[in-house]
Write a protein that binds this ligand. Sequence first.
Ligand code: CA
Length: 228
Amino acid sequence: MKNFLIIEDELRTAQSLKKGLLEHHYEVELAADGETGLALLKQNEYELIILDVMLPKMDGWEILQEIRAQGRQTPVLMLTALSDIKDRVRGLQAGADDYLAKPFAFSEFLARVEAILRRTRPNVPKETLSVGDLSINLTQQSVRRNGQAIELSPKEFQLLCMLMENAGRFVSRKELVARVWNIHFDCETNVVDVAIRRLRQKIDEGFATRLIKTVRGVGYVLDQNPSA
Ligand code: CA
């Protein structure tokens, strides 16, 4: 699957969009007219089609209609020189996912494109979480602080994950016990405090900033603000 198909007859615009997208590590193919674009769509899957309205032979509306008539649900961002609200409505009714009036800054174009990708890409869970110089890789179950690898037990890793997912927010002992130890009733246990103490020795000792803080009577918070 390639990222983008750009159907645009103005070579300068097409090339500059392609160049900008390549710099952001996206794969791009160009088509200068609708027929070429539709032919490429038969051969490849794309994440997003960037479609100019003013094109020779078939215009953007006809191409969009044809794409949808073929049953393709690929998201489409329409580009046009016309900034009329009626065209915007027409584009969205015809099955475009968004509409951008020329001229536009590349940064605006990129923001629109990435917003569409966020909406349409399946929700892939994040692979890494980081707070300050501490980062964890959820797939490899590895932890690094300031570039240095840190070994954690599975429970300590789960505990750290939960604190990192909630960075900046208090997490109660009860929540930690429920999630990490799967204990769902009130119990007088210091299991969390003991595990936190070990976790602190591994991730905080010897570093300038303490990341795990105790909130007396509540639980714990992980953040990179200087300790009070
Ligand atoms: Ca054009």
